[in-house]
Design a protein around this ligand. Sequence first.
Ligand SMILES: C[S@@+](CC[C@H](N)C(=O)[O-])C[C@H]1O[C@@H](n2cnc3c(N)ncnc32)[C@H](O)[C@@H]1O
Length: 257
Amino acid sequence: MNKLTSGLAAALLLGVAPVFAQAPAEAPAQKMDHGGMDHGKMDHGDMHGAKGDHQMGDHKMGDGGYHHRFEDAEKWAKQFDKPERDAWQKPEQAIDAMKLTPNATIADVGAGTGYFSARIAKRVPQGKVYAADIEQDMVRYLGERAKREGMTNIVPVQAAPDSANLPEPVDVILLVDAYHHIGNRVDYFKKLQNSLKPGGKLVIIDFRMENADGPPKEHRVSIEKATDELKSAGYSLVETQDFLPRQYFAVFKKSGA
Ligand SMILES: C[S@@+](CC[C@H](N)C(=O)[O-])C[C@H]1O[C@@H](n2cnc3c(N)ncnc32)[C@H](O)[C@@H]1O
């Protein structure tokens, strides 16, 4: 069984229906050799393994996205879900700032191991969280985590490089430390407008340029650059908040909405 069929089988066994809106992304074109990867170097207290990223191999595809693989979800879970993250990530405050209603539908794009999806699911008991990721192993993990933690309103979604593959329009699309990984962002987010309900919000949380922690600075996307790109994609910046010590928190809406 390959990874896809085993992930699908696991999801079916677990009773969680993953969404494959189109042929799931083969490991993105930038599939790389992890022969030299040293996971011991990943533990730098950030979300990307800091120097570890470079040792894992960075991939510039010329499409503006910072591409590297997030295989082996269990290993990444140790990084993404470590309790110390809460102190600077302030997830509950971040979710408060999204002003969700209990029946809201949210898409967590680049959901990783579900750090935000799991917390949001509890805030929208009558709603739904589409937890989308490009990595098949993350999608498998998200389904297993949802089952393990009894979160029936999380739906794992297999994203593709050019589409989040959301099955229906949602109230909020969230990207936490994922915006800078997306390639061809203007086209990507133009298309993503179709997945946002009228009046819906796009929330971007990503590392500030000046912060010591985070992905390599050359791969970060400042809030100014994100705002310009998203303007070209048809969005307007409607709100920013400064409560996160390492990241910006920015809310966009479809222009004219
Ligand atoms: C740094 S992690 C952040 C995970 C999660 N949002 C969190 O805050 O814990 C970035 C995630 O984005 C995913 N990703 C990268 N490119 C993507 C794309 N084009 N579409 C969806 N997910 C993507 C990666 O597989 C990875 O799981």
